[in-house]
Design a protein around this ligand. Structure first.
Ligand code: 2P0
Length: 346
């Protein structure tokens, strides 16, 4: 169904500081959410999370070493990166340089095919592609686990986009810190899923997920109980995936997402990503279920709704969601591939 995760390992021909590399990665949507860090610096989460990598909306990123340059140069979707976006990319490159023992700055050029910062996982595909391209350009010798740990430093959810299909990101323990927190592929042979993605608002969100997570952990009285219930959801989700039970997968994903949004609503001040349009689409998902079609919703740091269903039902589900979405774009995604290099261009 999906390319093997071994395709994500930097191949021997790319080892040694290639000087330049291009990588592609796809976004992932969490069915068990990551919401809250126990360590901001190392990007270590409080809970495990589990996602499906999509086969749409790839990010393509080129990294080229720039001997003699005094700063990194970063272009995102054709425009020079500034502010927080630039700071995050250069901080990430500093981690790569420290590991490689090299000081050369880099030129980064990244193209998203999905709106950036709209709760559509652009930072997952973005930092997974950047991690792979930068690791190859700077000559790091990484297997998929090490690449996932590295991508995590850029954006937590990027650790999961290293892998195709379903991926579980281990929170790790306080003793093993950085080493214990990485994603791995989760087998799900019996499910043949699709995710119908309704882009209700492609605008950049007002509150970044990073800030929203921090506020939730620091101020929401519901956070601890959500974290505990999410740990239980993860166990149930693994069991549902291994027995190929798409209805259970959907039910668990939906309750986990609603719980995450409930913790945010209880933060002080509240973080509210869901909009009236979100609830109109949620009503259509309920109608589909009442009429006998397996369809389950999940929402991230934005109003957009992703509907999990059987691949065989995807077009029918998309038609109903499209009607509810009142003209907003609706896409159908399947499980997609892990991050991969497009080859060196020395
Ligand atoms: C997730 N989200 O599991 C959750 C659910 C959004 C809602 O991962 O601060 O961009 O860069 O580690 O990875 C969004 O958070 O956050 C996210 P950082 P990231 O997909």
């Amino acid at each position: 169904m999906c390319p093997d995760h071994r395709s994500t390992v930097i191949p021997p021909r790319a080892r040694g500081a290639a000087g330049s590399a291009v990588a592609v990665a796809h976004p992932n949507i969490a069915l068990i959410k990551y919401w809250g860090k126990r360590d901001e610096q190392l990007v270590l989460p409080w809970t495990d999370s589990l996602s499906m990598t999509l086969d749409i909306f790839p990010t393509t990123t080129r990294v080229r070493l720039a001997p003699g340059a005094s700063d990194d140069t970063v272009t995102l979707d054709g425009a020079p990166a500034r502010g927080e976006a630039l700071r995050r990319v250069t901080a990430f490159l500093a981690v790569v340089r420290a590991r490689a023992g090299l000081r050369q700055r880099a030129v980064v050029d990244s193209e998203n095919t999905v709106p950036t910062g709209a709760g559509l996982a652009s930072s997952a595909s973005g930092f997974a592609a950047l991690a792979l391209a930068a690791a190859a350009a700077y000559g790091l010798d990484l297997d998929a686990t090490a690449l996932s740990r590295l991508a995590r430093r850029g954006s937590g959810s990027a650790s999961r986009s290293v892998f195709g299909g379903f991926a579980l990101w281990h929170a790790g323990t306080s003793e093993d810190a950085d080493r214990g927190s990485y994603a791995e592929r989760v087998p799900a042979e019996g499910v043949d899923p699709a995710l119908v993605v309704a882009i209700l608002d492609a605008g950049r969100k007002d509150v970044s997920s990073r800030e929203a997570m921090r506020r939730t952990v620091d101020t929401s009285p519901l956070y601890r109980s959500w974290a505990a219930s999410s740990r239980a959801d993860l166990l149930d989700m693994r069991a549902a995936l291994s027995r190929g039970d798409l209805d259970a997968v959907g039910e668990i994903a939906e309750r986990n997402a609603f719980g995450m949004h409930a913790t945010m609503l209880a933060a002080r001040p509240a973080v509210r990503y869901l909009s009236p349009a979100t609830f109109t689409v949620l009503d259509s998902v309920l109608r589909l279920r009442r009429e006998g079609t397996a369809a389950y919703a999940t929402m991230d740091a934005g109003p957009n709704v992703k509907v999990l269903c059987r691949r065989a039902d995807a077009e029918r589900v998309a038609a109903v969601v499209r009607e509810a979405a009142a003209g907003a774009p609706v896409h159908v995604a399947g499980p997609g591939p892990g991050a991969r290099l497009m080859g060196e261009d020395r």
